[in-house]
Design a protein around this ligand. Structure first.
Ligand code: PRX
Length: 563
């Protein structure tokens, strides 16, 4: 290994004003996380209060909580202003009959109003259901229907994708345009705060598996213990930090590490509206002086592909960078070190885990290719097919000792699915395959099922297949993740055509657009291949996705040899 390559993987302390990481590894106790919250003193909890109002009560009302920036505007809000606005939204929710435990959905693009609406729902004791802004009709309908959402906060534009007539539980739709028009009357204190128990529902995120429709992963208020403590140690948030997480709060990264963890730690959070462009991203960092940046490998690879563009910007404010969602390849770590002079710290966790479990703590040694080591208080096991722990160095099922504060409370209305994560006594089974080395570093080896990970977004093949066969030309469909240099995987569909249809470029495009328009852009197949027959199991006739995937991998390898 070259000298330059070793320098960034060794312990680096220069960039961090850190206290002692070795001692937290030795002395860590999840119970201590509670002490970071005001609930420890008052005995009453509400995650929205802890995230915003507490800081006002503690004298930080004038500190900037949110910077919002898009192509045409820039605005900022102090913690007091965010408190006032969440109170305003909370008041309107109450006037509309929202009660503790109700499911309140939020379908908004990445704007301050989206974050405020989520917090307001939580403030009044409801369970917030944030939806990704690119979802189309079916995706919106399935999620709200699954947990009988009663109220939706959206805007006039996105409301066009809400088929209210097909969502019987949905009594009320509130438009932010109307909420924003009503006069805001600041109130003192916690008038709208519903004090709840640690076990009461906080937020529900829908996520894909390899079978069936997306499942509702419900988290409880106790998860904020996990958020605050990992925000402190993994994100390394200090009072002066300007923190930017690039994910939308409809995904768990965007809610836990875009909203809760940084604001619980009183950071100033950046919300960026609009589409990805390398120029916009770099100039945002320069303009707002971003110090901590949490994103995903595909985004870093897109920046890498822009070559020297970074040289046009002053990015020296950035002191800590993190990644999540998909394998972080060593080339990307090397690029960040050479260009931005920072190390990228990978983190591993899942919607179901509610917070970081495997991390690279700042300043500690990084092993490129590894996701890091278990967070203090977390015990990882690599299990064989009988649930027995394998020796270090062997590949098996990545499992984690239960419980921990962020662990999901339930899968909405699906006890069997919930139980399937805990089939071996005392373990949570992630569905990932991994190995752990002698020093505890964990290396991702792929999924144990057919789930697709494209650009860090989790896509269930079943959902895409179901949509494909709704198209009149499609007889059967098998959907897989095809290896892709930029996105990690891209969604590829193999289909057979119904009688009377013949393959043409136009037809395939029509099918692709059909999925895009009804389900969502990120799940629409980028490639569709027509075949005469799909491989199936002999007995049950189930489509053998693994065989399709093996075919793609074989083709990719053959191409490499040809080059
Ligand atoms: O396969 C793992 C992959 O993303 C899955 C979880 O997806 P989701 O619930 O959408 O949550 C994403 C962000 C919290 C995991 O089962 N994954 C997550 N982090 C990594 C990863 N794969 C490789 N390296 C990671 N750091």
């Amino acid at each position: 290994m070259t000298k330059q390559a070793t320098s960034h993987i060794e312990k680096v302390e220069g960039n961090y004003n850190l206290s002692n990481y070795e001692t937290i590894r030795e002395n860590f106790d999840w119970e201590d996380a509670k002490e970071l919250l005001s609930a420890a003193k008052t005995g009453k909890v509400n995650a929205a209060y802890e995230t915003i109002d507490r800081h006002v009560d503690e004298g930080y009302g004038d500190k900037i909580a949110i910077h919002y920036i898009n192509e045409t505007e820039k605005r900022s809000y102090t913690f007091r202003e965010v408190k006032d606005k969440t109170d305003h939204y909370a008041k309107i929710l109450k006037e509309n009959g929202v009660k503790k435990g109700d499911r309140v959905f939020i379908f908004l693009s990445k704007t301050p109003e989206c974050y405020i609406a989520i917090l307001a729902a939580i403030k009044v004791g409801a369970i917030a259901g944030p939806l990704f802004e690119a979802f189309m009709e079916d995706a919106v309908r399935d999620r709200i229907n699954d947990c009988d959402g009663t109220l939706l906060i959206t805007d006039q534009e996105l409301a066009k994708r809400v088929p209210q007539q097909d969502i019987p539980s949905l009594q009320t739709i509130l438009y932010v345009e109307d909420i924003e028009k009503e006069a805001l009357q600041p109130v003192d204190g916690d008038q709208f705060v519903e004090w709840v128990d640690w076990e009461d529902g906080l937020i529900i995120h829908y996520t894909s598996g390899s079978t069936g429709k997306p499942k509702g992963v419900l988290h409880a208020h106790r998860a904020v213990q996990h958020h605050i403590v990992t925000g402190k140690w993994v994100l390394d948030i200090k009072d002066e930090d300007v923190y930017w997480c690039t994910s939308h709060p409809g995904w768990v990264t965007g809610s836990v590490y875009g909203l809760f963890a940084p604001l619980l730690n009183r950071a100033t959070v950046v919300i960026q509206g609009g589409r990805f462009s390398a120029e916009n991203w770099y100039s945002l960092i320069e303009e707002l002086g971003v110090t901590i940046w949490y994103s995903a490998p595909t985004a870093f690879r897109m920046l890498l592909s822009q070559g020297d563009l970074y040289k046009k910007y002053d990015l020296s404010s950035v002191r800590h960078v993190l990644s999540v969602g998909e394998p972080l390849n060593p080339e990307v770590i090397q690029w960040a070190w050479n260009s931005l002079k920072v190390r990228i710290h990978d983190t591993w966790w899942m919607t179901e885990t509610g917070g970081h479990l495997i991390v690279n703590l700042p300043a500690e040694k990084i092993k490129p290719g590894s996701m890091g080591r278990p967070f203090p208080g977390v015990q990882v096991g690599i299990l064989d097919d009988e649930g027995q722990e394998l020796p270090r160095g062997e590949v098996g099922q990545l499992a984690v000792r239960t419980p921990w504060p962020g662990l999901m409370k339930e899968i909405w209305g699906n006890q069997d699915k919930f139980k399937s994560y805990f089939q071996y006594e005392g373990w949570y089974i992630s569905g990932d395959l991994a190995l752990q080395d002698e020093e505890g570093y964990v290396f991702f080896q792929g999924r144990n099922d057919d789930m697709i990970n494209s650009a860090g977004e989790r896509i269930g093949p079943f959902e895409v297949e179901s949509k494909l066969i709704e198209h009149p030309a499609v007889e059967e469909a098998g959907v897989i993740g095809k290896p892709d240099e930029l996105r990690g995987e891209l969604v590829k569909a193999f289909i057979t055509l119904r009688q009377g249809f013949s393959q043409s470029k136009e037809l395939l495009e029509e099918i692709r657009v059909f999925v895009r328009k009804n389900l969502s852009a990120h799940a629409a197949p980028r490639e569709i291949e027509v075949v005469d027959e799909l491989p199936k199991t002999k007995i049950s006739g189930k489509i053998l996705r693994r065989q399709l995937k093996a075919l793609e991998i074989e083709r990719a390898n053959a191409n490499k040899v040809n080059i």
